[in-house]
Design a protein around this ligand. Structure first.
Ligand code: HEM
Length: 564
């Protein structure tokens, strides 16, 4: 007699429990539905008084919302996303909107007021990072890293190391690499004596990718990536290039799925992920061994000029300190090996690459600002080529990049969660444009979403908000000081303790790029056909941008003309 001969008897034995199981299941379902209903009714009460949009599923993560269709009330994508971004706030005449979502047990608020944004970013006793959002959980896939950790001790631990990596040596190196990479770009795209940059977005992302390859990992990345054959090991450069190109899939798909789904592209993505992580560990261990050898020989190590080296160095120092005072009860400082790798994978270049593309577009559309920048470059550098020694003086070269970012925001959405009940300031206005200030009670646990592009186009806080005017970012001669005095809180890099830690790095890259290009060339739009209007050219250059993980330029060209 085998076990399955007993099945009918066992089945009959348990059949008497089936009605109880149905009852239990029904009870759990009823409880779930009723608690969901009560929670939803409570959220409806919380958002009373504000313009409200309703949906069934959440779909406000930008990588996702650009890819799914608009289904009213179920997935109302157009309610979450509009271009121009200020439109969604303009129509209901309020810079605070509320969203309810049947599958989220919390109220969701979207602000486009730069001062409210500043309040939310900086009042850390009341608002915390919403680290449970998919963007943060998925980007910790390669190892926990600074952008994904919760506020508090863990963030401080990551920040103490990562911040230490961004020193003068690194900024100088970033400038030099950017300068060299602009030359490489001109050569590879056959533009040394002037010419057309056919796909601006593709070229500028390659530029920042090459710079971070060198400054981040110490690797020289060629303009054209060498390809391995199927079955061969990939080079670091190839694995990094594939990770970079497919980053959204890399974050979203589990590694095992990439291995078992038999499409060539997915398998290559999976292979790239495994080999890239392997290379990172190998490089980190080599750096560590290098430091140990120097220590044994009694030699002092030079300050590292790449981010990976700087992070490993910080890790070794922290371990040394822990060894010297093992009884110390201080929380762990320094980073673990997998965290070093995670943080390296976060080293941003896509954001800066896209910013450079939008900067070139704006410069091509506004030749007068090119002249102003050229004047500044001449005044600061004379007949010498711009170099890192000029970085603090080329304020306008930076301001054109920031203004391009203000008009086409790159990161686009930042979430905070309310830790306690609090009042959120907002404004409404009437048809005549008269503004009324209000406050709305936001309950603990609510999600507050700062709509950075709309905040930067808010016409009540930015004069002539849609006009390209770099000077609004300046109030003195020193670029760094003047930026803190911008007309209105500039939120593109976030603010407060979780603001972009790579901001200065990105700014140095922007200044070096703009100065290197404009000191030698003028930039011009390229019409798609004879007689194309400036309005149509502008739409192709700027309005064709699409939301992906970050705001990504559409296909457009610019012409470089060599200055004589
Ligand atoms: C134009 C270029 C850039 C823009 C617009 C930008 C924007 C931002 C924003 C808005 C945040 C806050 C994210 C959040 O709270 O969810 C952020 C954080 C961060 N950025 Fe950037 N970023 C840029 C370039 C860079 C670069 C070049 C690096 C590194 C090399 C970098 C590294 C980081 C890191 C590590 C954080 C996390 C900081 C923390 O949580 O303490 N960023 N960035």
């Amino acid at each position: 007699m085998t076990w399955f001969h007993n099945i009918p008897a066992v089945f009959l034995e348990y059949q008497k429990y089936v009605p109880h199981l149905w009852g239990l299941g029904g009870g759990v379902l009823a409880y779930y539905l009723l608690s969901g209903l009560f929670s939803y009714l409570s959220i409806l009460r919380q958002v009373r008084g504000l313009p409200v949009k309703h949906s069934f599923f959440p779909s406000y993560e930008q990588g996702l919302r650009a890819r799914v269709p608009h289904i009213p009330y179920i997935l109302p994508i157009k309610d979450y996303y509009s271009r121009p971004e200020w439109d969604r706030f303009e129509k209901p005449r309020s810079d605070l909107l509320a969203y309810t979502c049947a599958t989220q047990h919390r109220a969701i608020y979207w602000t486009a007021n730069p001062y409210t944004a500043q309040h939310v970013f900086t009042k850390t006793s009341t608002f915390a990072k919403a680290e449970f959002m998919p963007r943060y959980t998925s980007s910790a896939k390669f190892g926990m890293q600074i952008i994904s950790v919760a506020d508090g001790a863990e963030h401080k631990r990551h920040k103490s190391v990562v911040r230490g990596c961004f020193g003068e040596e690194i900024f100088k190196k970033a400038w030099e690499e950017m300068d060299a990479t602009v030359d490489l770009m001109l050569e590879q795209e056959d533009m040394v004596n002037g010419g057309v940059m056919k796909d601006v977005g593709a070229s500028t992302i390659k530029v920042t990718y090459i710079v971070i390859g060198k400054v981040g990992f110490g690797h020289t990345i060629p303009w054209v990536t060498p390809r391995s054959k199927s079955g061969e090991k990939m080079s670091f450069v190839e694995s990094y290039e594939i990770i970079d190109r497919t980053v959204l899939y890399q974050f979203m798909l589990p590694g095992w799925l990439m291995r078992i789904i038999p499409t060539k592209e997915l398998r290559r993505m999976g292979q790239a992920q495994r080999e890239f992580i392997g290379y990172c560990y190998e490089m980190a261990r080599n750096k560590r061994a290098e430091l140990a050898t120097l220590k044994e020989a009694g030699e002092k190590s030079k300050p590292p000029t790449d981010l990976l080296g700087a992070m490993v160095h910080a890790q070794v120092v922290a371990e040394e300190e822990a060894r010297q005072s093992p009884e110390s009860s201080a929380p762990l400082v320094g980073l673990k090996e997998d965290e070093v790798i995670g943080n390296m994978c976060e080293a941003g270049h896509e954001t800066t690459g896209h910013t450079l593309a939008f900067t070139l577009a704006q410069l091509a559309l506004h030749p007068a600002w090119q002249d102003e920048c050229y004047k500044e470059i001449k005044e600061v550098c004379g007949d010498e080529a711009p170099s890192y020694r000029d970085v603090h003086k080329l304020a306008l070269c930076l301001a054109v990049g920031l203004e391009a970012m203000r008009l086409t925001d790159i990161v686009r959405q930042l979430f905070k969660v309310a830790k306690e009940d609090t009042m959120l300031p907002y404004t409404t206005w009437n048809e005549a444009g008269e503004v009324i200030n209000h406050e709305h009670l936001v309950k603990a646990g609510s999600l507050v979403y700062v709509d950075t592009p709309a905040s930067q186009l808010n016409p009540f806080h930015w004069t002539d908000a849609n006009t390209f005017n770099p000077r609004r970012h300046l109030s003195g001669d020193d670029a760094r000081a003047s930026l803190n005095n911008a007309q209105t809180p500039f939120v593109a890099f976030s603010m407060g303790p979780r603001q972009c830690i790579g901001r200065r790095f990105a700014e140095v890259e922007m200044i070096a790029f703009v100065a290197s290009v404009l000191s030698r060339y003028t930039i011009h739009p390229v019409p798609a056909y004879e007689g194309e209007s400036m309005q149509s050219i502008k739409a192709r250059m700027l309005d064709s941008a699409v939301e992906d993980l970050t705001m990504t330029p559409g296909l457009f060209s610019v012409r470089f003309e060599k200055r004589v």
